[in-house]
Design a protein around this ligand. Sequence first.
Ligand SMILES: Cc1cc2nc3c(=O)[nH]c(=O)nc-3n(C[C@H](O)[C@H](O)[C@H](O)COP(=O)(O)OP(=O)(O)OC[C@H]3O[C@@H](n4cnc5c(N)ncnc54)[C@H](O)[C@@H]3O)c2cc1C
Length: 458
Amino acid sequence: MGIADHNRAVVLGASMAGLLAARVLADSYTDVVLVDRDDLTDREDADGHAAWRRGVPQGRHVHALLARGRHILDELFPGITEELIAAGARSGDVTGNVRWVMDGHRMPKPHSDMLLLSMSRPHVERHVRDRVRALPNVRFLARHDVTGLLTTEDGSAVTGVTVVDEGTARPLPADLVVDATGRRSRSPGWLKELGYGEVREDRQAISVGYATRYYRLRPELMADEVSIDVVASASLPRGAICAKIEGDRVVVTAYGYLGDYPPTDPEGFLAFLKSLSATDIHDTVHDQEPLGDPVAYRFPANLRRRYELMPALPDGLLVLGDAVCSFNPVYGQGMTVAALGATVLRDHAARPGAPRPGAFFTDLAARAVDDVWGMTTGADLAFPGVEGERTEELLREQEYLDRLLAAAAHDHSLLTAYARVVFLVDPPAALAAPEIQAAVSAASGDRTGDVTPEGLAT
Ligand SMILES: Cc1cc2nc3c(=O)[nH]c(=O)nc-3n(C[C@H](O)[C@H](O)[C@H](O)COP(=O)(O)OP(=O)(O)OC[C@H]3O[C@@H](n4cnc5c(N)ncnc54)[C@H](O)[C@@H]3O)c2cc1C
């Protein structure tokens, strides 16, 4: 479908989901307007690094871009991987150049052929934003607050939004509105006011706390490694990630589950790092030059809004990114799920006629959200204090994954197969393939056939 087939699309929120939505809509709409309440100039901190902004406070904390997300970025913005590296992002192999420590055990470092890019969140967002800005039919409306929807009189279609600029409200008409305003999206409230009822919300309380501190990178630090990841486990539900990023810096994010929040005073922060199942990150940074004090973030619950279950929805309104689903950040999935969602939006926008919300949300759930939600909530149920139903099937899967990881310490093909799933390149069902089950059994006993592909996918 050519550009002339649709007129104006308005995207609410110019963070990762909004930027990627604008990129794909630019292929099908004559005019794409990105609205954000933040100032979107390329602000820099005192040292000249891309700075975090108020609307994306999580941007101060470690942000991993999973391999699948990077593939999609490269498809939407050819050459962006090289551009990010040229501008300072660190790169390496996802398993070959990362020190993975699980339950105190250092995993081997085989090559996975998956490239890891390590950079700050403001770095990737800024480069994506610059690429979107260069599109001739995309405009940015920064420092504009979206306060409500415009609809037809009977409420059956959304026809735009109201934006407020320095206290003055004005209508912004649109053929399509895409809400990418993040976890605090107001679409559920707006839909309720219009008479569509409640959007079902699925929540899983995890009370994860983050604390993050930056350090100056000295050349000898971590040698050929891009990052160290000491993973939390059921026996010790706290962990940390230490990653080299642009600007010759190292970012260290410590995290704890269920209210075990890492302290933000410098001594307490280091003591927390020392208390993990391995002291590698503490030992790496304890005598390094910090750049500022630790800062905190709290993430109360995994949250999924089930638009695909709504009996009716108005035409002209779609929702994307964290506004639909926001996941425990320790798994690093949010930007990749936003990118997967953008590919679903691209397909629906390219069809003749206006996108149909029901079909869009059904597809979004199936292609972008279901598997990742299943992986995240399933993994979080491994922590005994997290509430939720632990079905027989889930317990079997957890036990299988435990055996697979134990076997992966010796069988490198299992480690890379696991990494391909965790980095969202392969679906979870890939770990139930007969050859993987056979390798797990060979390493750990005779339990082949325990796990079905369907089980691992949900
Ligand atoms: C602590 C933490 C760590 C994370 N780590 C990772 C990671 O390692 N890897 C990863 O992939 N993901 C990570 N995520 C998730 C990731 O940040 C998000 O998934 C990603 O930013 C996509 O979100 P989004 O674009 O949907 O919304 P957001 O990033 O929340 O952006 C929403 C945008 O909407 C704007 N906005 C909001 N309301 C209005 C309004 N009324 N009017 C105008 N503008 C408005 C805001 O200014 C903002 O720009 C992490 C999240 C957290 C909380």
